[in-house]
Design a protein around this ligand. Structure first.
Ligand SMILES: Nc1ncnc2c1ncn2[C@@H]1O[C@H](COP(=O)(O)OP(=O)(O)OP(=O)(O)O)[C@@H](O)[C@H]1O
Length: 276
């Protein structure tokens, strides 16, 4: 798809800019070397190396218990690895304190998890606005940005609804909007379609991949589903805490995505008449 066809909302005035400097040539956006993570006597990661380029999407596959979620949590600074190094644009982050890691996660990363992650007492608008408010954007500006994101992802008219009043697919689109409202550098998604039927999961993956790419973010997707992994530029397989099939390409650059007609414009997230 054409990146220009994705209607990315402009940044709200006064909203927190991505904290990143311009990327240094040859430095991966996110990288890990020799990651080991143990939970007591269980070794969840046994020495993982991984790199993620600017704007690249990476699927992490593997059987249950192989270490996929642990890898995502360590890459995202949710967990501190037992040993090994994680760098964001060349800067080590695994040694940061909890407060700094929390700030890093809020301001430079976005997260999409399985269904049920939205705050049930808040409206769709408030759920999306929250990360912007947590990084210093005023409520009015954050909610205006939230409305733009919801409209861009095909959810105009649902702003005031609570998660319980949304379909599963709509709720995951709200989650994608929430992950992107701060224009993160990396989006981490753990089984983002895990609770959805195949057709709805396809729609959510399309929105996730297209909109993440449109803001220039890189994407890590943990999944059991090869169809979900096929949306990503690259795939790694994790077994027993090790990467066993690094770098196999699942979608050779420009080929149509699953279910997408060859030659069809892929990025019309707004539907007919919705582009601005
Ligand atoms: N908080 C924890 N405490 C103890 N052991 C844990 C914890 N989290 C994960 N583990 C163990 O670490 C290993 C890797 O778990 P992880 O959740 O990363 O696997 P996974 O590949 O994501 O699995 P699934 O696909 O089932 O979600 C497993 O043996 C798991 O039981």
């Amino acid at each position: 798809m054409s990146e220009r066809s994705v209607p990315v909302p402009s940044r709200a005035p006064g909203s927190a800019p991505a904290a990143a400097a311009a990327p240094a040539p040859g430095v991966p956006r996110l990288a890990a070397r020799g990651l080991v993570h143990r939970f007591g006597v269980t070794t969840a990661l046994a020495g993982v190396d991984v790199e993620l380029g600017d704007g690249e999407s990476l699927a992490v596959m593997g059987p249950s218990g192989s270490g996929k979620s642990t890898l995502l949590h360590v890459l995202a600074g949710i967990l501190v690895p037992t040993s090994g190094v994680v760098t964001l644009r060349g800067r080590e982050v695994q040694g940061l304190g909890e407060k700094e890691r929390s700030l890093l996660r809020r301001s430079r990363y976005g997260f999409v998890f399985q269904l049920g992650q939205l705050l049930s007492e808040l409206s769709a608008r408030e759920n999306v606005a929250l990360p912007a408010m947590l990084t210093g954007t005023s409520r009015a500006e954050a909610e205006a940005a939230a409305d733009r994101w919801l409209a861009a992802l095909g959810l105009a008219g649902t702003e005031g609804r609570r998660p319980g009043e949304l379909s599963g697919g709509q709720a995951q689109r709200v989650a994608v909007a929430r992950a992107l409202v701060n224009r993160p550098e990396v989006v981490f998604a753990d089984e983002p379609t895990g609770s959805l039927d195949q057709a709805t999961g396809h729609d959510v993956m399309k929105v996730l991949v297209d909109s993440t790419r449109a803001v220039g973010a890189s994407l890590v997707v943990v999944t059991h589903d090869a169809d979900v992994a096929a949306w990503c530029d690259r795939r790694i397989d994790v077994r027993d805490g090790l990467v066993v099939a690094p770098g196999s390409t699942t979608r050779a650059g420009v080929g149509p995505r699953p279910g997408e007609r060859a030659g069809a414009p892929g990025g019309d997230l707004l539907g007919p008449g919705g582009a601005r």
